[in-house]
Design a protein around this ligand. Structure first.
Ligand code: GLC
Length: 756
């Protein structure tokens, strides 16, 4: 052997050794059908299964690089996304199963975030319902409609934890409580995947964006701030863990870097936590183009380096960057990626296709008959309306301005969001048709149009209201007995790539509101928006404010029914509304610091000189059309031993004039632990509907799961022992408390203080 050959052999051995030493644990062998198929596949066919190609029914990224048909025929598409429609998807599955050598059917993915054709309120609004059954039902309907159109994979639930409403994607999230997010993640996975993944009306859920995508810097999209291990373990990861435990078969790796390593190449996240620690056996898909973006992040030298890192870290499917399909063959041949690592990824994809029943019947979901019978069905729209009514939050209602009487003779509906069909649906509206949407103006007309004159003026646009617009609006309002102002954001001001540096009402809407409110008529502002806004000026002047979010296909009717008392406002805020952008981040589960803020700014306490420490509207806030008394929490035991569950009871009385639904929220605080714990954390909620004068008791459990947090030694567990402050009330700022002793060994040992 020449010296050069010796060097080359040594180099190859070194590369192989480095790969073998860090090679992941092999994926479990699959069943016979998958293993037999895998054994037949060529290297190119295997790599083709890792490629995910966008169709043209939606644009969800900066480019589309392949034509779906040519990709299928070249064996370069294991799946497609942004394609739907029974006939169209049937044709694509036929092409894949009859015009390729092995006839492997396609994964067909789509972003169905809050409904497919029947559009439900946006996810942040759904979080405001605190109703897991309703959320699960909404996902079941979404899966039923989307699967009839051939979709077998939905890129949801979005489980990013965020405390910064400047970030446009809070609209897709569960808000600021990771514990609520975990409950919602479970409900969404159950709804999407149904009782059996093989059922034609079930789809594979894909929890996204793993992980830390919501911990933005400055609310800027894709920024992914530095996240401590504790923040990762106590806030970012629990919703994903809950989704994985609920059986989610897919996780989407995020764009952002965690501890400097972008999601698709982060083997700590993908291998150590997701697969080894949590036992996740499903598929990891990259976010749109994220593998190639490793080069832009500066952690990969070129596409080959990017592809190698992503596959080795545990990313199985390349969404649209074409890095795998152009680079992996050479990487395998050069030994820079083990053939077994490629096989593991292909195996997981084939197993998912088998779990979905695609090898048995690739056309089961692309059913024109089922599509015609289920998509946009009337009962689905009714469910969307019911959800919208539960999601809307009555922020303010001075002098019982609301509900309006249905006997009013002349009502003015004014504002740029009064009749905005697309804005009623909101962002990420999948195959929703704006023409289906019942706007607020249409809803008011349906509720009182037969008995009252409904006057309308747009008052300019979302971005611009001229003095003439204001004059016309005031003139119209002057003729009315009551005024409904429809204000807020355009739906495209929320969602991906929709960060805002200001949270004020856009344009001149506040000026429009001030001029109309100055007339002194009974006036309500209905807000259509996808994030907390800064509303301090509006709050000072508007007699009543209803947060409607982007409420979906039936949102305008739901809002109108609430305004006229045919339905009651039941929503509670899943995210804090700050007084100003300067207060951000401001959230309920903050830590106390050594000098906690008082109710007013004080020297040498945390907070600001120029604004108090409280938000405009706290987490959990929401009014009803009646009033309730909530007693202090009572415990069924003063001491909770290990493995036990304590029950918290709260007496509730309807002290107002109308039947109403009270939301009782349960929070805890570890009064003493080895690490500083938040002053309150949501750990339960319950609803009770009572007639005027009615009394009732709500009961909520506290088990060790509710006490758990990331322990300094690196595990999610309850503390050794301690005093737990148990708090209950109508929102996070109005709580009564009691102390629960937690003694796991029953020994009554006080909380151990660690030496370090
Ligand atoms: C987008 C989003 C992601 C979505 C994907 C596919 O970039 O980040 O949430 O699922 O592309 O559309």
């Amino acid at each position: 052997m020449t010296p050069r050959t010796i060097v080359r052999a040594a180099f190859a051995a070194a590369v192989l050794a480095s790969v073998l030493l860090t090679a992941p644990a092999h994926a479990q062998k699959a069943g016979k059908r998958v293993e037999d198929l895998l054994a037949k596949m060529t290297l190119e066919e295997k790599i083709g299964q890792l490629n995910l190609v966008s169709g043209h029914h939606a644009v969800t990224g900066p480019y589309t690089r392949s034509d779906v048909r040519s990709a299928i025929l070249k064996g370069e598409a294991g799946g497609l996304f942004n394609v739907y429609g029974a006939a169209y998807t049937r044709g694509l599955q036929e092409m894949a199963t009859t015009q390729t050598r092995l006839g492997i059917p396609l994964l067909l993915g789509f972003d169905v975030l809050h409904g497919y054709r029947t559009i439900f309120p946006v996810p942040l609004a759904q979080a405001a319902t605190f109703d897991m059954a309703a959320i699960e039902q909404a996902e079941r309907i979404a899966a039923t409609e989307a699967s009839a159109a051939g979709v077998n994979w939905i890129f949801a639930p979005m489980l990013d934890h965020s405390r910064d409403p400047r970030w446009g994607r809070v609209v897709e999230s569960f808000g600021e409580s990771a514990w609520l997010g975990a409950r919602i993640g479970e409900a969404r996975v159950r709804g999407l995947q149904g009782r059996s993944l093989k059922s034609p009306d079930s789809v594979a859920a894909c929890a996204k964006h793993f992980a830390g995508n919501g911990a933005t810097e400055g609310g800027r999209e894709y920024s992914g701030g530095d996240i401590s291990v504790r923040a990762m373990r106590d806030q970012q990861l629990p919703p994903f863990k809950a989704a994985v435990d609920a059986g989610a078969r897919c996780v989407m790796a995020a764009f952002n870097a965690v501890d400097g390593i972008p999601g698709v190449a982060n083997d700590t996240l993908l291998r150590d936590i997701l697969r080894r620690e949590w036992g996740f056996s499903g598929v990891v898909v990259s976010d749109f183009g994220a593998i190639e973006e490793l080069i832009v992040h500066g952690v990969a030298e070129n596409p080959a380096d990017a592809g190698r890192q992503a596959l080795r870290a545990g990313t199985d499917i390349d969404m649209e960057s074409r890095t795998f399909v152009t680079q992996l063959a050479a990487l395998v041949r050069e030994g820079k990626v083990l053939a077994s690592e490629l096989d593991d990824a292909v195996r997981r994809i084939l197993v998912l296709k088998e779990e979905l029943g695609l090898f048995d019947d690739p056309f089961a979901r692309s059913s024109p008959e089922r599509e015609a019978a289920t998509v946009g069905r009337a009962d689905h729209f009714q469910a969307a309306r019911a959800m919208a009514e539960k999601s809307m939050v009555l922020l303010k209602n001075d002098r019982d301005t609301l509900p309006f009487s249905t006997k009013l003779q002349r009502i003015a509906v004014i504002g740029p969001l009064a009749d905005g069909k697309a804005d009623t649906l909101g962002p990420w509206a999948a195959n929703g048709n704006p023409e289906d949407a019942t706007t607020l103006l249409a809803g008011v007309r349906r509720v009182v149009g037969d008995t009252a004159d409904v006057l309308h003026a747009t008052g300019g646009t979302i971005d611009r209201t001229s003095p003439a617009d204001i004059a016309a609006a005031v003139k119209l309002a002057a003729r009315a007995e009551a005024v409904i102002l429809a204000l807020g954001e355009r739906s495209t001001m929320s969602g991906e790539s929709a960060s805002r540096s200001s949270l004020d009402l856009p344009g001149d809407q506040l000026a429009l509101a001030r001029a109309v409110i100055a007339l002194g008529k009974p006036t309500v502002v209905v807000l259509f928006n996808g994030r907390p806004l800064t509303l301090e000026d509006l709050d000072r002047e508007a007699p009543a404010i209803l947060e409607a979010w982007f409420p979906g296909s039936e949102g305008g009717l739901a809002a109108a029914r609430i305004l006229f008392g045919l339905a009651e406002p039941q929503g509670r805020l899943p995210m804090t509304f700050p007084r100003s952008v300067g207060q951000i981040p401001i959230y309920h589960d903050e830590r106390p610091t050594g000098r906690p803020a008082g109710q007013q700014p004080k020297p040498y306490t945390t907070g600001y000189q120029d604004v108090g420490p409280t938000p405009l509207y706290p987490f959990g806030h929401g009014l009803t059309y009646t009033t309730f008394f909530m007693g202090p929490p009572r415990l069924d035991r003063p001491v909770m031993a290990g493995g036990e569950t304590a029950t918290v009871s709260v007496d509730v009385m309807n002290t107002g004039p109308r039947t109403g639904t009270a939301h009782v929220q349960l929070y805890i605080r570890h009064r003493l632990a080895r690490v500083s714990r938040p002053v309150k954390e949501l750990r339960g909620f319950a609803r009770i509907t009572l007639p005027p004068g009615g009394v009732g008791i709500v009961k909520m459990p506290i088990g060790e799961a509710e006490l758990a947090f990331w322990q300094p030694e690196g595990r999610m567990a309850p503390p050794e022992a301690g005093r737990i402050e148990v708090m209950a009330g109508p929102d996070s700022a109005t709580l009564k408390s009691i102390i629960l002793e937690y003694r796991p060994s029953g020994s009554g040992r006080q909380a151990q203080r660690s030496g370090g």
